[in-house]
Design a protein around this ligand. Sequence first.
Ligand SMILES: NC(=O)c1ccc[n+]([C@@H]2O[C@H](COP(=O)([O-])OP(=O)(O)OC[C@H]3O[C@@H](n4cnc5c(N)ncnc54)[C@H](O)[C@@H]3O)[C@@H](O)[C@H]2O)c1
Length: 459
Amino acid sequence: MNKGKNILCIGAGYVGGPTMAVIAAKCPEYSVTVADIDENRIKAWNSEKLPIYEPGLSELVKKVRGKNLFFTTDIAKGIKDAGIIFVSVNTPTKTFGEGAGKAADLQYWEKTARAIVEHAEDSKIVIEKSTLPLRAAEAMHRILHSNTKGLDFDVISNPEFMAEGTAIDDMHNPDRVLIGGMESPSGKKAVKTIADIYAHWVPREKILLTNVWSSELSKLVANAMLAQRISSINSISALCEKTDADITEVAKAVGMDSRIGPKFLRTSVGFGGSCFKKDILNLVYLCEYYGLPEVAAYWEQVVKINDFQERRFVKNIVRNMFNTVAGKKIAVFGFAFKADTGDTRESPAIYITKMLLEERADLAIYDPEALDNAARDLKDVKGKFELVTDPYKCAKKSHAILILTEWDEFKKLDYGKIYESMEKPAFVFDGRNILNHRELFEIGFNVFPIGSTKMTHLK
Ligand SMILES: NC(=O)c1ccc[n+]([C@@H]2O[C@H](COP(=O)([O-])OP(=O)(O)OC[C@H]3O[C@@H](n4cnc5c(N)ncnc54)[C@H](O)[C@@H]3O)[C@@H](O)[C@H]2O)c1
């Protein structure tokens, strides 16, 4: 067996599954195994209905699964057989002890390192794909070298920049691939081995080779800067609503400055997803740890503005629906944290629905891909809500529709028909600014966009 051509990825989640499917498809001479402790997840990866929704993923997996892409729970065998091990387990925000609420919880990541030490029979390259705090590679290196079998490991940082919803496209055409390695000769050789895998489809000039610490920090900073743009434009949306300026016009005018650019300047109910909040808080924690409270406070404000935007949205709903939503049916369109994914981790919809349930609203929730996850998120939440698989049924007899995810299908619904089936006065709160507000107003709706003047028939 040529172990150098055997890749193992530990962690079969939103990152591990899609990245390894792309590597398997692009590098047919490699055998790629994805292992996880979650039996149900592995079963789903081996079935017709994959555990995550991602455009293009299912077709890609079907092409290579069973040929050079395998999914397994046998982590020990996977470690023994592989010469190259990617670690892409979850690194959520710590909920207990020192650094709770900010620092990354590294328990899953450390368990993986210990499993590698336990089962490895020869030296390997270990690649951090999970997003980790600075100097985690050093800690990984120490744990791996605590082995008493005389084995040597090279640890590499290769953070993943793909975004859910466009994961397959992002991996096929990445802006860059970042590979951080140690300075030693074997470290350099390991970096080259990993770069050669990506070079099967990524132009060499887009493969950046850095030291391991720069690579780890770049991932946190990239996410913090992206989230900062969203919070910046959202903070200005609040000002627009007070001044009759229009956020779409402001964002366009600002984004046409080529030094700024248009990306991530779309206002909304706020950012979500498993990464932005946790990575910024992780950065905040690192700054505090290194005695930089001003820098920590600066980045923490990005998260605070996001919370503000979610709370503001709910306040706006209650205030405009005559200061009460108690007992009123409200239709929630969208639960995923963004379109084209079923992922609901840190979705603004979770916080918004919880706040509305506290106000005793009756919620009906529709999402084309995220209802299973919504059921899990709201499992222990008190209040009246139902998950509905049809948007027209969802809106029937409701007083208001909230758009919480920018799914394309919401733009194509028959709002005339929906309006007829609703209680009057009927409201639309467009938390993503995706609908045609003038048209809705003409149908009879009272329309509340984010960051521009409301359109209402109420005297
Ligand atoms: N989701 C994204 O968009 C994204 C993008 C870039 C980077 N990241 C980073 O990548 C990492 C993984 O993210 P994700 O969204 O794929 O997480 P995920 O929760 O979807 O998947 C992680 C998987 O690891 C498994 N796991 C945990 N401990 C294990 C162990 N000891 N052995 C084997 N398997 C184990 C879990 O069962 C789970 O299936 C995180 O650090 C995240 O910050 C995520």
